[in-house]
Design a protein around this ligand. Structure first.
Ligand code: ATP
Length: 215
């Protein structure tokens, strides 16, 4: 369960003006969709949940994951995965090496190969293991980025417009795969999108944010 507990974010330049407030609990396997105009603070909120709030902002309120308050934890200890619109694979690393970055250093080489192969196989990309990112299609690229995010077994998943670069058919496939994964693994998901179809496909609760929001 991911609890965004009375989070209030303000801009450092105007600390007395509410910028974004949110109070929501996302249950295991549930997808909550966050929609709102450009600049309303959706990505800033995701960064706060990850532990990367930019210095231009001040936040209060707690983030809880599975009953644990993680507000002050280092980002790498939070066990929260994120997938961005652009995927952000390292261009100089192969698909295998990119995905391996998502795995802990403590995972043995044989385990590493088995886990990466299994995940790539699940998204139909086992044959791309030794390819460079620049040789992948848009759909393949985002699926590899997704596999990298999931390789570390995140306990919650943040999706920042992850499907927006895909054509309609690919979009349906990839989002069905992500949503099924969340359901099977009982992971709470916070999805940021401008596309109502994503929210409808997720059968999710939709939260519309403006400058100030309390659903
Ligand atoms: N690091 C930063 N320093 C200063 N201002 C920032 C920083 N990051 C974002 N902002 C500003 O904060 C506001 C909210 O940005 P944010 O990216 O969170 O909005 P968004 O709702 O995700 O927008 P979009 O839908 O366009 O992605 C914007 O006005 C943006 O310019």
């Amino acid at each position: 369960m991911l609890k965004i507990n009375q989070v209030n974010i303000v801009k450092r330049t105007s600390p007395d003006t509410a910028f974004l407030t949110l109070d929501v609990t996302i249950n295991p396997g549930e997808i909550v969709t966050l929609m709102g105009p450009s600049g309303s603070g959706k990505s800033t909120l995701l960064n706060y949940i990850l532990g990367h709030l930019p210095p231009a902002f001040i936040a209060s309120g707690a983030i809880e994951l599975n009953g644990l308050d993680i507000t002050d934890k280092s980002p790498y200890l939070r066990k929260i995965g994120i997938l961005y619109q652009t995927g952000l694979l390292f261009p100089h690393l192969t698909v295998f090496e990119n995905v391996a970055l998502g795995l802990s250093e403590t995972v043995s080489k044989s385990e590493r190969i088995a886990r990466i192969s299994e995940l790539l196989d699940k998204v139909g990309l086992l044959h791309c293991m030794n390819r460079m990112p620049e040789t992948l299609s848009g759909g393949e690229y985002i699926r590899v980025a997704l596999v990298r995010t999931l390789a570390s077994n995140p306990k919650a998943l943040l999706l920042d417009e992850p499907f927006s670069k895909l054509d309609e058919q690919r979009r349906e496939e990839v989002r069905a795969w992500v949503f099924d994964y969340a359901l099977i693994h009982q992971i709470p998901v916070l999805l940021v999108t401008h596309d109502k179809q994503d929210a409808i496909a997720a059968a999710s609760r939709i939260i519309e944010i403006n400058a100030t929001n309390t659903p």
